[in-house]
Ligand binder design. Structure first.
Ligand code: COA
Length: 259
């Protein structure tokens, strides 16, 4: 486990808090320390009058490859209060508007966290994948509830059972993202959206976000809890161990011995 929370950058400017995932050499894979740094930054905004809008982003060629698989193998989450679940609860309960800017791969939690964002923008390099089953795991972040409602049950089954990758144009068609921009202009366009939102009357924005989310808060919390418990069970099983070892050893996983 790395303790380097500087792999998460934060910067407030013009009432916009930018939270950046900055570990490009590992494709922005998320460790426990990184989840904690993101949760702390999100929680702090609740009382911070200088922040009206939160923007999550990765680096130029990658949003995030999801949970750090070697961290998963060495330090599996221990329960509801582990950093990954704290982060998921926090992102689902944040009262200020959350924007996301996606370039390159958004894998696993890289895609499920977007289901909790209010506005998601991407460029043509973005691609979205939920390889939980491929890893012997099951959905998290209430994605088994939110994804079929967002994109339809057939498409959700494609993404969740087969781990099918969805490119940027398809993600737009599915309604996984709000808008697609050219990579050369993505950041400017997203900052322009964030700036517009930050100039809106803040109480009306928060109220509207809360009304948009209200009906789903209880089911999200319940499903997240259930998925979390099953995810931890799966993580300890031989299917997940085979899948994670295969990734770390750069070989194809072999599930033929399992029934
Ligand atoms: N956890 C830990 N390390 C990861 C990682 C992850 N989720 N994703 C990438 N890395 C590491 C690789 O092990 C490699 O490390 P090394 O250079 O020390 O060998 C480095 O990041 C580059 O990865 P690589 O696979 O060569 O990059 P790529 O650009 O060819 O592919 C991805 C990018 C994101 C498509 C690919 O890395 C991938 O599929 N990662 C795993 C995604 C995943 O299953 N996430 C978990 C979801 S629950």
């Amino acid at each position: 486990m790395t303790n380097d929370s500087s792999l998460i950058t934060t910067e407030v400017s013009d009432k916009i808090l930018r939270i950046g995932i900055a570990r490009p050499e590992k494709r922005n894979a998320l460790t426990m320390a990184m989840y904690d740094a993101m949760s702390t930054a999100l929680e702090a905004t609740e009382q911070d009058r200088q922040v009206r809008v939160i923007l999550l982003h990765g680096t130029a060629s990658c949003f995030t490859s999801g949970n750090d698989l070697s961290d998963f193998a060495k330090h599996p989450p221990q329960g509801e209060n582990s950093p990954v679940f704290r982060f998921l609860r926090t992102i689902s309960q944040t009262t200020k508007p959350l924007l996301a800017m996606v370039s390159g791969p958004a894998v696993g939690i890289g895609t499920t966290m977007l289901l909790h964002c209010d506005l998601v923008y991407a460029d043509e390099t973005a691609r979205f994948q939920l390889p939980f089953v491929n890893l012997g795991l099951c959905p998290e972040a209430a994605s088994s509830y939110l994804l079929p409602r967002r994109i339809g049950p057939q498409r959700a089954a494609d993404m969740l059972l087969l781990g099918e990758m969805v490119d940027a144009a398809t993600a737009l068609e599915y309604g996984l993202i709000n808008q697609l921009f050219d990579s050369a202009t993505l950041e400017d366009q997203v900052l322009a959206k964030a700036t517009r939102l930050a100039a809106q009357p803040p109480e009306a924005v928060r109220l509207t976000k809360s009304l948009l989310k209200e009906q789903q808060q209880e089911p999200i919390a319940n499903v997240m809890r259930k998925e979390g418990a099953l995810f931890l069970q799966q993580l300890a099983k031989p299917e997940a161990q085979e899948a994670i070892s295969a990734f770390l050893q750069r070989r194809k996983a072999d599930f033929s011995q399992f029934s």
